[in-house]
Design a protein around this ligand. Sequence first.
Ligand SMILES: *Cc1c(COP(=O)(O)O)cnc(C)c1O
Length: 415
Amino acid sequence: MQPFAYNENGQLSIEELEIAPLARQHGTPLYLYSRQAIEQNWLQFDGAARFNHRCCYAVKANPNLAILNLLAKLGAGFDIVSGGELARVLEAGGSADKVIFSGTGKSREEIDYALDAGIGCFNVESTQELTRIAERAAHKQQTAPVTLRLNPDIDAETHPYITTGKKHNKFGIPNNELESLIQLCLEHPHLELRGLSCHIGSQLTSVSPFIHAFETLLQLYDELASEGIELPWLNLGGGLGVRYHKETPPAPAEYMQAIAERLGERRVKIIFEPGRSIVANAGLLIARVEYIKNNGLQNFAITNAAMNDLLRPALYQAYQPIIPLSRDNDSPLATYDVVGPICESGDFLGKDRELSITQDDLLAICGSGAYGFSMSSNYNSRCRAAEVMVDGQQSHLIRAREQQSDLWRGESMLP
Ligand SMILES: *Cc1c(COP(=O)(O)O)cnc(C)c1O
């Protein structure tokens, strides 16, 4: 759902609040999220699966404690990719036994931490990693629950940087190693094979690559079942796309219906790891136009938000709509490249955008709830933005704007 709209005064509002006063109160750049949108997206996704399943929110999409806490209260599990994300989940009240630990480079320290916390499962991505997990579990006299992540060699038809299930990608276990790893799991006293997993990419806008991946998992599942090995789980990962601009991704219900049809009567539990589809369209980035500039060829709107705040346009040439907070104004309509103050030509938020704006106007960059703040940095020694959650008529500061002294926290000069 879109949680924002222009009200009768032409002012952009989120839930029941006008945004411009929030921007004045908290300053800009400012990340704004809608509680209602996050919760509705979650309930829609989770509720669409009418079979044995569990949804584990992919923390990396947006790891703010307030968001994790809202989802934990709705019964969410969590998909994590680092020890830091595990710490966040536990801090936010998530339960360790619903945590799935994905990622290609788990360190010994992270594996130990996850074993000590009692997480639900490791998504294993290589022989080397499985060996390490088994060693650490044996050392602790524990049994590590694992799923093996396949690389099904499927084109997710999305941006190359977020395609993760092609055979040249770094993700997943090569096909020729899978059988021996399954054997290893079954025989090893400190490993418990929970099932198979895959995650073929992000921002998928059609169901067919998911179905293709699911059929690959089901085929293996059936083969093992015929040998008397009944796997409890199959994990399909995340990746369901959202509409940023003109995309037409399947609704969760359509996706789940397609899965249900292939699943049939099998009793295996299906795990999903949605990230983007839960939070992307629940968030806006608010920025102020510092300057309007024309170099003789082009108009630039230079905003106080930049690629350090929102990296997706620079990194993936991602398109996110940019709209003014005040719709009815008499500024001339012109075409702008909306750029930030950072010393890189790749520092843009949008290109060729038709806008009626003038200096000091406020803009909203839509679709910023996922991979927005979580990919932000301090590049150019810029303080990271504040984050605010709107809940009906109320707003809550859920992350304070960084102060300049935060920029050098932990640094020291030579004596
Ligand atoms: C990134 C990631 C996800 C979430 O992907 P979305 O496209 O945000 O839904 C889920 N699982 C794994 C293993 C991931 O790496």
